[in-house]
Design a protein around this ligand. Structure first.
Ligand SMILES: *Cc1c(COP(=O)(O)O)cnc(C)c1O
Length: 356
């Protein structure tokens, strides 16, 4: 195509988790529960008026989110999923000649949004336990780094950063570099550092959250960021106008009202995660210490074969060829079926160090 920007060709495509007909879909970290009745009801009321544009400022939603976290509405930026909100942050802070740092492997949208902004990705390898290597990340900061994305817990490995490591890291980041704590799976962590505590203390920290995972609104596309006034104001300038539909705004407000009920579901999913991790470990696998709603098995060269064995019995998982498999926690039956495949899998169950 002759009209495209020269660098567009190098942007990797986002891979959606596979859906197999009649399969259990454990490939996109979705919430296995259907929408709550109260949330459905709130959206139904809005169906009668979708000839009208939504409130572009999402005022009611931003007020509810602000109240929820004890901040002012001005400190809340919303978007069409937290992927779009993260892109607002990148677009507002980095361009040609600037670097955006993140761990790797991490969320596959990060390199895409970085390249779309025309900035350069600084990928810092995870440590041997598939966790962020925050010390190495701090060592790599330089004059060109504009923004650092810390995915906590990390997608696709599920590992969370420790409070002491995060304290040390944030203390080493200069004030003019923005640290974005992407907490898409925060609700699934039992205890760990609270991004908002860092936000309150530091001018250069922002916290990303989403309604897609714990709150189960993935198809409605609504996420948000808690960011200081200068950052949130810049984000509003680059946002997609009317990016959050009336229906999504209503569902998010109703979900905050139903938080207790939703968090009960989160606890069940977290328990199921433990059963999945323990079951895999009992079979000789070495799943990463996940704090999210998915498990990560580093299988190296065997990754694609393992995913194919899951496919064959109607379970869709998310392979990262040559690296590992990400398995979303579903319901109890899904865990049973997955563990059955894992039991029957001839191996190897840990990556073969001689092949790559
Ligand atoms: C799923 C996910 C998001 C959120 O996605 P949206 O549906 O766009 O809100 C953000 N960050 C990470 C790391 C994720 O895994």
């Amino acid at each position: 195509m002759v009209y495209q920007r020269a660098d567009i060709e190098r942007i990797p495509a986002y891979v959606q988790g596979k859906s197999l007909a009649d399969a259990v879909k454990l490939s996109s970290n979705e919430n296995p529960y259907p929408p709550l009745a109260s949330v459905l009801e709130a959206t139904r009321e809005r169906l009668e008026s979708f000839n009208l544009y939504p409130d572009m400022g999402a005022v009611a939603l931003r007020e509810r989110i602000a109240g929820h976290h004890g901040v002012r509405p001005e400190e809340v930026a919303v978007g069409a999923g937290s992927v779009e909100v993260a892109a607002q942050l990148v677009n507002a802070s980095a361009g040609a000649g600037d670097e955006v740092m993140f761990a790797w492997r991490s969320f596959e949208a990060y390199p895409i949004m970085t390249q779309i902004a025309g900035a350069t990705a600084q990928r810092v390898p995870l440590d041997a336990e598939d966790r962020h290597d925050l010390r190495a990340m701090a060592d790599r900061l330089d004059d060109t780094t504009r923004l650092v994305l810390v995915c906590n817990p990390n997608n696709p490995t599920g590992t969370a950063v420790g409070a002491a490591d995060l304290d040390d890291f944030i203390a080493r980041v200069p004030d003019d570099v923005l640290v974005v704590l992407d907490e898409a799976y925060a609700e699934f962590i039992e205890d760990g550092p609270d991004g908002l505590a860092y936000y309150r203390e530091r001018p250069n920290v922002a916290v990303l959250r989403t309604f897609s995972k714990a709150y189960g609104l993935a198809a409605l596309r609504v996420g948000y960021c808690i960011a200081h006034d200068d950052v949130s104001e810049a984000m509003r300038k680059v946002q997609v106008p009317f990016g959050v539909s009336t229906i999504a705004q209503a569902a998010a407000i109703a979900s905050l009202a139903a938080e207790d009920e939703l968090l009960d579901r989160v606890r069940v999913i977290a328990q199921e995660r433990e059963r999945l991790l323990d079951g895999l470990a009992a079979e000789g696998y070495r799943p990463a210490r996940s704090e999210a709603n998915f498990a990560w098995l580093r299988l190296g060269a065997a990754t694609v074969d393992f995913a194919a064995a899951c496919d064959a019995v109607g379970i869709a998982v998310r392979p990262f060829p040559g690296e590992g498999v990400r398995i979303t926690v579903g319901d109890a039956e899904a865990t049973d079926r997955l563990l059955e495949v894992a039991r029957g899998w001839p191996g190897p169950r840990i990556p073969d160090p001689t092949s790559d």
